[in-house]
Design a protein. Sequence first.
Length: 273
Amino acid sequence: MKKNLIIVFTILGFFLHAQTVKIKRGIVTLEGVHVAKVSNKSNVYTFMDLKETPIYTIEFVDKSIVDSVRDSYIKLNRIYNKDKTLELDYTSPSAFSGEEKSAAYTCVKSLKIIDERGINIKNLDELFKNSPKRKLDTKTKDAYTIRSKIDRLNITVNNVGEILSNGKPVGYFTNLPASFGSEDTITDKTFVDIEIYDANSKYIGRYITTTKQIKTAGGKIFTLYREMSGRASILKFPTYKAIAERMAILDPNFIKFQEKVIVGEVTKDGVQK
């Protein structure tokens, strides 16, 4: 008897796992049974029950973190209780699936918030109660760490080629091409490398326009903006700001993070003002 039950549950588990998710004219079906409806407006997918009552939304996010590393995920929102937004990984039935089908597939296969009876409110609420962590690979985690450091440095480049961190001058570019000032990106392929110096005129490194490579004074080499295809296509040419940011990561001594400066009482001739 016990053995027969195991066989039954094994077959049932295989059946549920093998369920086919399809969408036609905004209707989500499992094995030919209508279970939910979905509409799309400005790339936000609203999932509804069969009576067309909106239950939750899914929005796809695809963003550049740093250099050629991108991150793709979904934002999940409940319509009836918008206390928070979840950022979650998603799955696709195939490499050529559109966002609509990927959203439905994720809801059924990964999140378990749509089943053969429709939208499972209990599972949806449980998902928000115990939010799962995203499964980021090492490359993506490292990119977010670098992004965090770059954001703290808050690097900008002014119209004379000076590099600033949180408004403070920390270095400058030399051998700037004629297009500098009119364009933020470096498109000129010159045989004279664009060099970077710190605020004390110490040589930090250079950007080689012909190969799109940064080479530090210490010999480290990094190629900016490798070309990619498909949805993850990125800028072909880097900006001056991107070069300064990457140089700050390659050479941690180039720009030190400045903590908030606390200004004391102003004194003149020994008297506080």
